[in-house]
Design a protein around this ligand. Structure first.
Ligand code: 0A1
Ligand code: ZN
Length: 889
């Protein structure tokens, strides 16, 4: 909790540590309220540290929320106040020896009282740990920073019956029973030096499933996934994903696994999705457990991608870690890029790209457009946990993707190989990473580096003109770099623009620049603030298809008519851009309808769009998964982002309903046919093709339901009732929750009764009610906060109910009376007291408040101000709320 105004940490102040700890021996006796940690640390002065004077540098070890029982230096017990000083956040030895020495610390921690879920805590009785970013300092006093790498051995001890499973990082070396037989122990040894944020332990009564993987060089690895008893079958998909990930990383990046065992543990209480601890990944159980009847296709897909993500960290994050937390994107952006590539290879690459771009726009573009905008590599922070953001992760991945686009496949791979070779075992920086690509390709990447420093989503304003007489086309592209907090002016960036010029027959015209000839790979590299590209041998006016495959994370403005969009929808050779044209058309219609509602004009209808959409989904060459993407209209949040100011979420909601209904009505017969055609046949399979059929059928159902005719409601109720898997069941439940009436009430009651014993599936029940567009949604959500199955202490529950309400229900969260804001403020303040990380995540739902129309803006500001003035704000909440309220408005 904060006492004074917290001070920011700055990248420019980085200094290497004064001491290193090369060996760590931990002996941990697990106990629910008094876990005893004995840490033997081999400390030595860091030769790379340039001290300020001749006096030895004090040894300052980070530590908090612990009881310190003893401190011993080599063999001598140290006295508090004399030999060392203790504060709320550190243990300081003012005059440590200037040669290697052993420091032995005994600390006591209380897992059951730990509701922040950082350090050692218990989740449904299972001891587990979370140390990223700075949780290790809640286990023992340490140099809790990623550039201190140590070899660990860990001895765990616990009650033999209650805690039969004892796990830590590395390889198991010894286990046994203690005298009397009541307690037992296990010893783990990790040969790879690692920063303390990758330390982990688990102790509990868990079941497991096992498999093996043979690496390319013939090493036999034991794989195990630990879950609650009775959930064994639900871990099979995660195991399958793990094995495919291991094989893929060998194939695609030449990366092999490096220990004898790889363990995954699923726990129920977890602040994030999962954690890449060396050899012992710990997962939110939501991202491990899946069976056809309990998990949706979206969950199956998320499990596959997160299992891969955490596994891929073994090389990008663990073998090569970050020098400091400012370099977080070095491991996260790169690892997201790797997991996206994996999913693209395992599934449909175009559909994967569409999904990733949707996600990027929904989360990162929104973040970049508001008070929380920050560079992919931030330059200062108050609380690092606030920087596990869409910008660091998703935009970070886009930067790696652009690098691959700019360099081409071969040079990109050469750069990656060099990075692995040069920096294995290092704590590296973004500069180190980029230097590898510059060295491998011979290219100067200094302009590209601006992407890591400059926040905000660039806009490209493009105009195309054609001259029949000279058979030339001129494409002028201007990059507009918006001001963001702390960054008023910006330098032009290097932006790769993949494009096509589509001729009247639907074929791409060869791209030949007057100055330099054929365009390599179809990618233009924009480097100036504005540039005109002159193409020759262009017989007639083409339609530009820009930013193919979403080659850069930018907004695009290009003067395409509705007819041009229809044309691209009908046959752009780039399937991503074919979807993009459809999405742009829908967005245009939705914005026009919403503006019309705001101005009280007769609303636009969007019939041309609906017809063009109908033509697209009739194309037999397109896969069901792709068609489902076409039928998924932009979300209300997408429209809000597009409108950018004076946003009225009520109007947007009405516009959205209206377009859904128009499409449902216009394409009724086609949608009914698809609905019938895509009906499930045979046993459930989670593979991408089968999931694509379910997605298409459910997308059709959504649009048909929007028509609102009695037979549509009957179809919906039947869909729910007959659902043979959770994908269909949950989809119908979400649609039903928007309706008032007995069908909806019955369905919700039935779902509750069926799943009340399953702590994961019941989250779907909370979520469906949280996102309901009914005016009673907030009252329902408030009532559900006291439901016996809800708990503010369990992050999954908070996300299901409060997070979904604040982030996925714009019309009801942004009620004109401000009650939604007041509710969220109350919840943030309640969470602040025991789980600051989750409190600050929930708070970020306000991130677009400045874009609201004035009435709502005032009310949102009032709620934010109340939070800002509350006593005992955590650093996490303090930092976010200050940023939100900083700047006039
Ligand atoms: N490195 C993890 C994310 C993560 C970050 C912080 C955590 O603390 C609560 C947990 C997990 C990843 O990228 O998956
Ligand atoms: Zn990660």
């Amino acid at each position: 909790m904060k006492t004074d105004t917290p001070r920011p940490i700055r990248l420019k102040d980085y200094q290497p540590p004064a001491y290193l700890i090369d060996k760590v021996d931990l002996d941990i006796a697990l106990d629910p309220s008094r876990t005893r940690v004995k840490a033997r640390l081999r400390v030595k002065p860091n030769p790379a540290f340039a001290g300020s004077g001749s006096a030895p540098e004090p040894l300052r070890l980070d530590g908090e929320h612990m009881e310190l029982a003893s401190v011993t230096l080599d063999k001598a017990a140290l006295a508090a106040g004399q030999d060392y000083k203790l504060t709320d956040t550190a243990l300081v030895i003012p005059l440590p020896p200037q040669k290697a020495f052993t420091l032995t610390l005994v600390t006591i921690v209380d897992p059951d009282a730990n509701k922040a879920l950082q350090g050692i805590y218990r989740s449904r009785g299972v001891y587990c740990s979370q140390c990223e970013a700075q949780g290790f300092r809640r286990i023992t006093y340490f140099l809790d920073r990623p550039d201190v790498l140590s070899r660990y051995t860990v001895r765990l001890e616990a009650d033999r019956e209650q805690v039969p499973v004892l796990l830590s990082n590395g390889n198991p070396t010894e286990r046994g029973t203690l005298a009397g037989g009541k307690r037992h122990y296990a010893v783990w040894s990790d040969p790879h030096p690692k920063p303390c944020y990758l330390f982990a332990l688990v102790g509990g009564d868990l079941s497991s499933i096992a498999s093996t993987f043979r690496t390319a060089s013939g090493r036999e690895v034991d794989l195990r996934i630990y879950i609650e008893h009775g959930k064994e079958a639900r871990a099979a998909w995660a195991m399958d994903a793990l094995k495919r990930s291991m094989a893929w990383d060998e194939r695609r990046f030449g990366r092999e696994y490096d220990l004898d065992v790889f363990n995954i543990v699923a726990v129920s209480d977890f602040n994030m999705g999962a954690m890449e601890n060396k050899g012992l990944n710990i997962f939110n159980d939501r991202l491990i457990l899946a069976s056809p009847d309990t998990a949706t296709d979206a969950i199956f897909e998320a499990i596959e991608s997160v299992v891969a993500h955490e596994y891929f960290h073994n090389w990008t994050g663990n073998r090569i870690t970050c020098r400091d937390w400012f370099q977080l994107c070095l491991k996260e952006g790169l690892t997201v890029f790797r997991d996206q590539e994996f999913s693209a290879d395992e599934r449909d690459p175009i559909v994967q790209r569409i999904t990733d771009v949707r996600q990027l726009r929904a989360t990162q573009f929104a973040e970049d457009a508001g008070p929380l905008a920050h560079p992919v590599r931030p330059e200062s922070y108050i609380e690092i946990n606030n920087f596990y953001t869409a910008t660091v992760y998703e935009k970070g991945a886009e930067l790696v993707r652009m690098l691959a686009t700019i360099l081409g496949e071969a040079q990109f791979r050469a750069g990656m190989d060099l990075y692995f070779e040069r920096h294995d075992g290092d704590a590296a920086t973004v500069e180190d990473f980029l230097t590898c690509f510059a060295d491998a390709s011979g290219r100067d990447l200094s302009q590209f580096k601006l992407w890591y420093r400059q926040a905000g989503t660039p806009s490209l304003v493009c105009t195309l003109s054609h001259d029949k007489a000279t058979r030339t086309a001129e494409l002028t592209i201007e990059q507009i770099l918006p001001a963001t907090p702390g960054q008023p002016g910006k330098k032009p960036m290097l932006i790769p623009i993949r494009l096509g010029l589509v001729g009247g027959n639907g074929q791409d015209i060869p791209l030949i620049l007057e100055k330099s000839g054929p365009v390599a790979d179809g990618v233009l590299q924009l480097t100036k603030r504005a540039e005109t590209f002159r193409f020759v041998e262009v017989p007639s006016r083409p339609v530009p298809s820009l930013l193919r495959g979403f080659s850069a994370p930018v907004n695009l403005t290009v003067d395409l008519t509705d007819r041009d969009l229809e044309f691209l929808m009908a046959g752009d050779a780039d399937l991503f851009n074919r979807w993009q044209a459809s999405n742009a058309f829908a967005t245009r219609m939705l914005c026009q309808i919403a503006r019309g509602l705001a101005e009280g004009k007769r609303p636009v209808r969007g019939l041309a769009y609906a017809k063009a959409l109908g033509a697209s989904i009739a194309d037999p060459a397109l896969s069901p998964a792709y068609k489902a993407e076409l039928l998924r209209l932009p979300t209300q949040a997408d429209i809000a982002r597009e409108l950018a100011r004076d946003v009225d979420p009520g109007h947007i909601h009405r516009a959205h309903r209206q377009l859904l209904k128009l499409v449902g009505t216009t394409l009724g017969a086609e949608l009914e046919a698809l609905y019938a055609e895509m009906a499930p046949r045979g046993a459930f399979s989670p593979d991408a093709r089968s999931a694509g059929k379910r997605a298409l059928r459910n997308a059709a159902l959504t649009l048909l339901t929007a028509r609102g005719e009695p037979r549509d409601m009957t179809r919906l109720a039947r869909h729910f009732h007959d659902a043979g898997n959770m994908t269909d069941e949950a989809h119908a439940l979400f649609l039903l929750a928007h309706e008032a009436g007995p069908d909806s009430t019955k369905a919700l009651a039935r779902f509750h009764d069926k799943w009340k014993g399953d702590h994961l599936v019941i989250d779907t029940w909370f979520a469906a009610q949280a996102v309901s567009s009914l005016p009673s949604a907030l009252d329902t959500v408030v009532a559900l906060t006291t439901h016996p199955l809800f708990s503010l202490a369990t992050p999954n529950k908070v996300r299901a109910l409060i997070g979904n309400f604040a982030l996925q229900n714009p019309a009801q969260f942004n009620r004109p009376d401000g009650a939604g804001y007041q509710f969220l403020a109350d919840q943030v303040l309640a969470l602040n007291a025991f789980n600051p990380q989750i409190a600050s995540r929930m708070l970020s739902a306000f991130r677009s408040w400045r874009a609201l129309e004035s009435g709502r803006r005032k009310l949102a500001k009032k709620a934010l101000t109340r939070i800002a003035k509350a006593p005992d704000l955590s650093r996490d909440v303090y930092e976010i709320v200050s940023k939100m309220l900083d700047q006039p408005g």
